[in-house]
Design a binder for this molecule. Structure first.
Ligand code: MRU
Length: 344
C-alpha cells in the first residue's frame, strides 16, 4: 500500500488530514482561508516540520485568493497572513523558510494583476510541496544504505509522510530499507505527551505492512543494553549552523543513551530544515505548550491540585551526539559547521 497523504490541494482549497483524530478516524479538514490554516497548525491537525511549511505556503495562496474574491487589495492581506502564519509555532524552521519563499515570490509578482499574482503564489506553493517530497525520497535512498541487513531501528515522534510533504524523512529511510528487504523491526517511541509515535508512526507503518513495535519512551535504554537496537534515526525541526539539532522532546535523552551504548544516532532532514542563521542550539526557540497536555489524560486531570508542570515541545541534541545528518544533498559527517555550510 502506498503511503498516506497529509494534505492535498484541490480546486483552490487545502485538504488537511486531521492528525488529532488518528488512528481512529481518517478525516480531511477542507480549509479555505489562511486563518483556518493557522488554526490547524496551532492545534496540530497538521504537524511535523516540513508539513507545517507546506501547509503555510498554501495558507498564503488562500490569503491572496480570499482577498481577490472579496475585491480587496491583496498586499495588506498578504502581509497579515505572513505575520499570522509565522506566529503559529516557533521551533520548526521550515515554516519560516516556506513563508520566506512565498514572500519573495509575492514581491516578484507585485507588478502583476491580482489573478496572475495569485496564480504565481499557487505555483510556488505547489513547487515547495513537490521539491520537499522529492528531497525526502532522495535522502531516504541515501539513508537506506546506512541500514545493515536485518536491522532493528528505533525512531522517536513521527517523521513520516504525515510530518512532511510526503514519504517522510526518518520514516522515509525506514520505508526504503524495508523495500530493500533490510528491516527486521521498527521500534517506535510512544512520544509523550502527544503520542505521535504511538498514534501516528505505528499507524503509518502498520498500514504499509512494515513491522513495528511501540515502546514507552523510558524503555529505549533497556532495549539498547540488551543489544536489541542497531541504529536510531529521527527527524529534525531545525538544525543550527554548528550541527545542534532541535527535535521532539525526548530526542536528546535518546541520543545520550545511543552514544553510551555505541548505537549510531542519525538525523534525517531536507535542507529546508538547516538554519545557518542560527549559530547553535542555544539560540533555537523552543515551543512551550499547554500544561494540560501533561497534566491531563483522556480529558481528566491526573495530578494532585497544586502540582506544577513544564511542557517544552522540543529539545536540542548537541552535534557531538549525532553520527550523521542525512539530507537530499548527501550524508553529512562532523565537523558539521563545514559539512552543513558546504551543502547550502
Ligand atoms: O510537535 P510536532 O509533532 O510538530 O513535532 C514533530 C517532530 O518533532 C518531528 O520529529 C520533526 O518535525 C521532524 S518531521 C520530518
Amino acid at each position: 500500500m502506498s503511503e498516506v497523504r497529509p494534505l492535498f490541494w484541490k480546486e483552490g482549497r487545502l485538504h488537511l488530514l486531521d492528525q488529532n483524530l488518528l488512528p481512529d478516524r481518517v478525516e480531511y479538514r477542507v480549509l479555505s482561508s489562511w486563518e483556518e490554516v493557522a488554526q490547524a497548525i496551532r492545534d496540530m491537525a497538521v504537524r511535523g516540520a516540513p508539513a507545517i511549511g507546506v501547509a503555510a505556503a498554501f495558507g498564503m495562496v488562500l490569503a491572496a485568493s480570499g482577498a481577490l474574491t472579496a475585491g480587496k487589495p491583496l498586499a495588506p492581506e498578504i502581509s497579515r497572513a505572513l505575520t499570522g502564519l509565522a506566529a503559529t509555532r516557533p521551533t520548526a524552521v521550515n515554516l519560516f523558510w516556506a513563508l520566506e519563499r512565498m514572500r519573495r515570490r509575492w514581491e516578484q509578482s507585485l507588478a502583476m494583476e491580482g489573478e496572475k499574482a495569485t496564480a504565481a503564489l499557487e505555483e510556488e506553493a505547489l513547487r515547495i510541496w513537490q521539491e520537499e517530497e522529492e528531497a525526502n525520497r532522495h535522502l531516504a535512498r541515501l539513508g537506506a544504505d546506512l541500514v545493515p541487513p536485518g536491522a532493528r531501528v528505533l525512531t522517536h515522534c513521527n517523521a513520516g509522510a504525515l510530518a512532511t510533504a510526503g514519504y517522510g524523512t526518518a520514516l522515509g529511510i525506514i520505508r526504503a530499507a524495508h523495500r530493500a528487504g533490510k528491516l527486521e523491526m521498527v521500534y517506535a517511541d510512544e512520544t509523550r505527551p502527544r503520542l505521535q509515535g504511538a498514534r501516528l508512526t505505528s499507524w503509518e507503518l502498520v498500514t504499509e505492512g512494515i513491522p513495528v513495535t511501540v515502546i514507552c519512551d523510558n524503555m529505549a535504554a533497556s532495549l539498547m543494553a540488551q543489544g536489541k537496537i542497531d541504529l536510531v534515526v529521527v527527524g529534525a525541526d531545525r538544525i543550527a549552523a554548528n550541527g545542534d539539532v532541535a527535535n521532539k522532546i525526548g530526542t536528546y535523552a535518546l541520543a545520550i543513551v545511543a552514544h553510551y551504548h555505541g548505537v549510531p544516532f542519525y538525523v534525517a532532514a531536507p535542507t529546508s530544515t538547516v538554519d545557518l542563521r542560527t549559530p547553535s542550539g542555544r539560540e533555537i526557540p523552543i515551543e512551550e505548550r499547554a500544561e494540560e497536555e501533561v497534566s491531563c489524560w483522556e480529558g481528566r486531570r491526573i495530578l494532585p491540585p497544586g502540582v506544577k508542570v513544564v511542557n517544552p515541545a522540543f529539545d536540542v541534541t548537541p552535534a557531538a551526539l549525532v553520527s550523521a545528518v542525512i539530507t537530499e544533498r548527501g550524508i553529512l559527517k562532523p565537523p558539521y559547521p563545514e559539512s552543513l555550510k558546504a551543502i547550502r
